[in-house]
Design a protein around this ligand. Structure first.
Ligand code: GLU
Length: 432
């Protein structure tokens, strides 16, 4: 059987557990998701036929608050993957210190094969199944791979209809007119960008010398590339699920974003139509992109991209994990040994859930912030936690991922321990 992503993900707990002074019971608790909901979603298709889709929602841990995490629509979604993603959400929320536990959901579907109406029926159908499992004080979904603001709007509307109560705080990443937050759209990419800016301060490099490759030109990949390009970094390679493009001189990212929006493909840039002549680019595969000799590699697509198969070929000295789980634990150990600095996913991509938290706060208050306020608050959190993790890494001479997990475990562990562990309950003299 293929390696379980969840089992691989929780291996990181052991390493960090050794370092933090956390009670062993805390680690044991986190090995087991709190609750799992598996559903079937019947959808009436446009041709009149009925199709049944499998869906999952995993709530991993709610000690620090209601559980939080996105919903993905992807043909490879399965329970093991959703469990791993929920576990990462628990750790992510703790790293940035927002008052949520972790959850994740997914539907096994290729949304590109559905019409808009079928997609809407599927989205509403999933919420119909989940309505008693989620809620503004229980579990709050958000967008993830191949889901977007419009889908979140349908889901919020479906939940509100079932509960007969306007409930914007049940889901984040909504369209702005339906209670979404300004600044949520680019928050994941922007959070990663703020981490890179902190590293820039420490390394004092010249931005124009820094060559960057971005795997995945979805929401997060596009925005981190845009912000870095604006600051003078050279984005020499980008990719989508169809393949990668490379240009030694660096791409003009706003034009690439324009092409991607119009054609939904980067490939159009190098193989179709009049744009072929406008953008000079060499075609590469996604695998080749990962192995480029660049200064910063940003995996911003899916999990399991840097594995024992290609880890020896990775040449970038800095990796910023905008995707969840792009590096397997085995590859991770080898890259750390080679001195490659990895800004780990649970820190680098935490900007998304941080602004989701801001959205939830605004929905509950019914009082909305400006985009500047959102960005400024996001920067405060990302910069503070980046430096906290960086300093822990230096203090303990460990890799940055271990430092991030240690930081998360300190926060989760103190919350779990506050409810009592063996040490407390076995001490008969305690009390009063
Ligand atoms: N799906 C995003 C993540 O993996 C955002 C989750 C959220 O906003 O709740 O972090």
């Amino acid at each position: 059987m293929a390696q379980s992503i969840f089992e691989d993900a929780i291996k990181r707990l052991d390493k960090a557990g050794e370092l933090s002074k956390i009670d062993a019971e805390v680690i044991e608790r986190l090995r087991h998701p709190k609750a799992i909901m598996q559903v079937s979603i019947p959808v009436r298709m446009d041709d009149g036929g009925l199709k049944i889709f499998d869906g999952y929602r995993v709530q991993h841990d709610s000690t620090r608050g209601p559980t939080k995490g996105g919903i993905r629509f992807h043909p490879d979604v399965n329970l093991d993957e959703v469990k791993a993603l929920a576990f990462w959400m628990t750790c992510k929320c703790a790293v940035v210190g927002i008052p949520f536990g972790g959850a994740k959901g997914g539907v096994t579907v290729n949304p590109k094969e559905l019409s808009h109406l079928e997609l809407e029926r599927l989205s509403r159908g999933f919420i119909d199944r989940l309505a008693d499992f989620i809620g503004p004080d229980i579990d709050i979904p958000a967008p993830d791979v191949y889901t977007n603001a419009m889908i979140m709007g349908w889901m919020m509307n479906a939940y509100s209809s079932i509960k007969r109560q306007h409930s914007p705080a049940v889901i984040t990443g909504k369209p702005i007119p339906l209670g979404g937050s300004l600044g949520r759209d680019d928050a994941t990419g922007r959070g990663a960008y703020y981490c890179i800016k902190e590293l820039e301060k420490r390394r004092k490099w010249n931005n124009a010398d820094i060559r960057v490759a971005v795997q995945g030109f979805g929401n997060a990949g596009q925005h981190v590339a845009r912000l870095l390009h604006h600051d003078g970094y050279k984005i020499v390679a980008v990719s989508d699920s169809q393949g990668a493009i490379y240009n030694e001189e660096g791409f003009d990212i706003p034009s690439l974003m324009h092409v991607k929006k119009d054609t939904r493909k980067l490939k159009a840039v190098y193989c179709h139509g009049s744009l072929c002549e406008q953008v000079k680019a060499e075609a590469l595969s996604n695998e080749e992109l990962l192995e480029l000799k660049v200064d910063i590699l940003i995996p911003a697509a899916l999990e399991n991209q840097i594995t024992p198969q290609n880890m020896a070929k990775i040449q970038a000295p800095i990796i910023v994990e905008v995707a969840n789980g792009p590096t397997t634990s085995e590859a991770d150990a080898m890259l750390a040994e080679r001195g490659i600095l990895i800004i780990p996913d649970i820190l680098a991509n935490a900007g998304g859930v941080t602004v989701s938290y801001f959205e939830w706060v605004q929905n509950r208050q019914g009082f909305y912030w400006t985009e500047e306020e959102v960005q400024q608050r996001l920067q405060v959190i990302m910069s503070r936690e980046f430096n906290n993790v960086y300093e822990l890494m230096e203090k303990h001479s460990v890799d940055m991922r271990t430092a991030a997990y240690t930081h998360a475990l300190d926060r989760i562990g103190s919350a779990i321990s506050a409810g009592g562990t063996y040490r407390y309950f076995n001490n008969k003299t305690n009390g009063g």
